[in-house]
Design a binder for this molecule. Structure first.
Ligand SMILES: Nc1ncnc2c1ncn2[C@@H]1O[C@H](COP(=O)(O)OP(=O)(O)OP(=O)(O)O)[C@@H](O)[C@H]1O
Ligand SMILES: [Mg+2]
Length: 235
């Protein structure tokens, strides 16, 4: 099993393998503002810059322009990476709000097969080895019921698993869902589950690895901070 370095200082060491097992599809869960998007982009940015592994970022919530602007705060020049064909920002926002989506598609929610087809094109265009989908929640919103949501998620996780990429799928969850007792249904379908939390009492951010097929990992919650260099675990 080969390791994929996460690009998050302090995180690789929590895995016996020293990173994510290559090929895994990992769910990244957290509440609003917990750092999910920064985590996702940091994974792709350092993947491209330090490990020469191109990446594709599919965005459903913020436009690519906004992401490029926000990430400059961490010194990450995404535009330069895009020009070097080390990164593609796939815009599912304007795709969603522009007129070329018919009502049926909107009602039935995100079309997983269509997303995957577009993703495949992007992945082969730059030889991407890393993928981030930000976020899945849109899918849940538009799904008619739990069964439909589950079916779509299963399809997405299967399709991603069949590709040679190591992917992070971001989803939002309330604090009760990322506690020790309750897991959202989607957690069972993925190779790995990582949660990000903000403890509102202590004002501390915490990261936990709940599951990672293919490597032993440390259990427990670890403090992390978001600084002008991005996310890093604190000792
Ligand atoms: N330059 C910065 N320096 C330090 N912390 C920052 C900086 N920029 C943003 N943050 C922190 O990161 C948080 C946002 O992170 P991010 O956008 O990754 O969250 P998210 O989990 O994706 O949120 P959402 O659910 O709204 O999409 C902000 O709420 C803020 O606390
Ligand atoms: Mg976000």
């Amino acid at each position: 099993m080969e390791a994929v370095r996460t690009g998050i200082p302090g995180l690789d060491a929590l895995f016996t393998l020293q990173g994510f097992p290559r090929g895994n599809t990992i769910l990244l869960i957290g509440g609003p503002g917990s750092g999910k998007s920064i985590f996702g982009m940091q994974y792709l940015y350092y993947g491209a810059v330090e490990y020469d592994e191109p990446g594709v970022y599919v965005t459903f919530e913020e436009t690519p322009e906004k992401i490029r602007r926000n990430m400059l705060a961490f010194g990450w020049n995404l535009e330069a990476l895009e020009k070097e064909e080390k990164l593609i920002l796939m815009d599912a926002v304007t795709y969603r709000i522009s007129g070329d989506v018919d009502e049926e598609t909107l009602r039935s929610g995100l079309d997983v097969d269509n997303l995957i087809a577009n993703l495949d094109d992007a992945v082969s265009a730059i030889g991407a080895e890393r993928v981030v989908i930000d976020s899945l929640s849109v899918m849940g919103l538009y799904a008619q019921d739990e069964f439909e949501k589950r079916t779509k998620l299963l399809r997405l996780s299967n399709l991603l698993s069949m590709r040679r990429v190591t992917s992070l799928v971001i989803t939002e969850a309330g604090s009760e869902e990322i506690g020790v007792r309750e897991f959202p249904v989607e957690t069972f379908m993925f190779d790995g589950v990582i949660t990000l939390r903000l403890d509102t009492e202590t004002q501390e951010r915490k990261i936990s690895i709940r599951k990672m097929r293919g490597t032993k990992h440390v259990l427990g919650s670890f403090k992390f901070t978001i600084t002008d260099r991005g996310i890093e675990l604190t000792p």
